[in-house]
Design a protein. Structure first.
Ligand SMILES: Cc1ncc(COP(=O)(O)O)c(C=O)c1O
Length: 459
């Protein structure tokens, strides 16, 4: 009997939440159900998802940033299908595969000066971990610096660079000598660097958790200090790279010249996990320093053919469809229109971002009735108001967003870079309607607060 995944999906569709509760992450499945996100998605295309009943949803999460091209881009699909159809000799391992060389060539072409050596792995955390090893090998120093609120992954080494205690709690002790510096605090950074034992300062030039943007001079000055004290300056572009902020690399906004850049997420075109750590030849070769050390850092699935083909296709599409420029102009328009709502809704504290990475931060209202409702929610769990807004956007408008990290009243919008005027209009009018409803204590936005507060308190 032939086996068909299509038949399997057809037969078992709708069982996913039961299966996850039973075999995977029970807590996560419960949370999705509580917040009304337990939909039965059956199709994704471009910036949209459809559920089995045919309802359409606008996806402003982009799978945490993997769908810069939107879902199911024809060119990426074709590239992956082609390498499979061609029976390419994948993962020979004792080999130097062509597509990896070609993707490395294309990436180097898009990098700041002198970054000309590439290491391929599978995930963002893999890429950051590689940067840490490269930095230690090149500088012979042990310590790393990172920023408050930073997020570089959740493996044990990248957790040691995590600027939020919520993620670290329960997994200590983490790597010794990994210390955080507050954003914009150059004096604190210099104090740490002056000790002479820091291998690298690693940062996201716009932070994913909270969409925090540094002061204009911070990153150039920080880079200068790293050079002065012999530490490497590492830009983690896993989320902000690949055109997300209106430049191919986010660090280009400040004209930075990092020693190491990490990329992942949408490099795989939304299909194949892949990451790249790009650095100077000399730094790269400090790790692979002798012939017998040529595999001292490696990963089984690195350089696999479908991933390399997806990466090449993605870079081609970004250029061909001018998506980086599009992210800049669409993002500017969306940011301006959302910021204009601030005048009408007192609970919007800030709207910030670059390109199509936008954060909307909320603050406590002044009016007494609303303030009581806000305080009850925030006492139960910090950031609960943002969760109400996320739930309302989904419930009333079929728009998928997320609270931008634990304990913050910030929503992050991370739409595919292909969105245009129509989607901007949908986002702004939905957000406008939700905020108007949130001004009413008895409005639908607060309607489910009692139940959510109860769950938060139980947790
Ligand atoms: C800036 C940054 N670095 C690293 C990572 C880790 O990537 P992954 O989840 O693929 O390990 C993420 C994930 O969100 C990220 O945003």
């Amino acid at each position: 009997m032939t086996w068909s995944v299509a038949e399997l999906i057809e037969k078992r569709s709708g069982e996913q939440y039961d299966l996850h509760r039973q075999y995977i992450n029970t807590s996560l499945a419960r949370v999705q159900t509580i917040i009304g996100f337990d939909r039965n998605y059956s199709r994704g295309e471009g910036a949209f998802l459809w559920d089995a009943a045919g309802n359409r949803y606008l996806d402003l999460l982009s799978g945490y940033g993997v769908f810069n091209l939107g879902r199911g881009h024809r060119v990426v699909k074709q590239a992956i299908q082609d390498v499979i159809a061609l029976d390419r000799p994948n993962l020979v391992k004792m080999d130097c595969p062509l597509l990896a060389g070609l993707l490395a060539e294309e990436l180097v072409r898009r990098m700041p000066p002198e970054l000309d050596a590439v290491f391929f792995a599978n995930s963002g955390a893999d890429a950051v971990d590689t940067a840490l090893k490269f930095a230690r090998a090149a500088t012979k120093r042990p310590r790393m610096l990172y920023l408050e609120h930073a997020f570089h992954g959740l493996t044990l080494s990248t957790l040691a660079l995590n600027g939020g205690n919520e993620f670290r709690k329960g997994f200590e002790p983490l790597m010794p000598g990994f210390d955080f510096v507050a954003m914009n605090d150059l004096a604190a950074l210099e104090k740490q660097l002056r000790q002479g034992d820091v291998a690298a300062f690693i940062l996201e030039s716009i932070q994913g958790k909270g969409v925090y943007i540094p002061a204009a001079s911070f990153l150039p000055e920080a880079q200068h200090l790293c050079r002065k004290y012999g530490a490497l300056f590492v830009c983690d572009e896993v989320q902000v790279g690949m055109g997300r902020t209106g430049r191919f690399l986010c660090c280009e906004h400040w004209g930075l010249e990092p020693d190491i850049v990490t990329l992942s997420k949408s490099l795989g075109g939304g299909y194949i996990p892949v990451s790249a750590t790009i650095t100077r030849r000399k730094i790269h070769d400090a790790t692979f320093s002798r012939l017998e050390r040529c595999q001292v850092h490696s990963t089984t699935f690195g350089q696999n053919e479908p991933a390399m083909a997806a990466g090449l296709a993605t870079l081609h599409v970004l250029e061909e469809e001018r998506l980086v420029e599009r992210a800049a102009t669409t993002g500017e328009n969306l940011l301006k229109r959302l910021a204009a709502l601030q005048e009408r809704y007192e609970m919007i504290a800030d709207v910030r971002g670059k390109g199509l990475m936008i954060g909307i931060e909320f603050k406590a209202p002044r009016s007494l009735g609303l303030r009581t409702a806000w305080t009850a929610a925030e006492t139960a769990q910090k950031g609960l108001f943002a969760q109400f807004v996320v739930m309302a956007l989904m419930r009333e408008h079929h728009i998928l967003t997320q609270v931008s990290g634990p304990d913050v009243n910030i929503i992050k919008l991370l739409p595919p870079l292909i969105i245009g005027d129509e989607e901007v209009e949908m986002i702004v009018s939905a957000f406008d309607a939700v905020m108007a409803e949130a001004q009413k204590v008895r409005g639908r936005v607060w309607g489910q607060s009692a139940q959510l507060i109860k769950h938060a308190l139980e947790a």
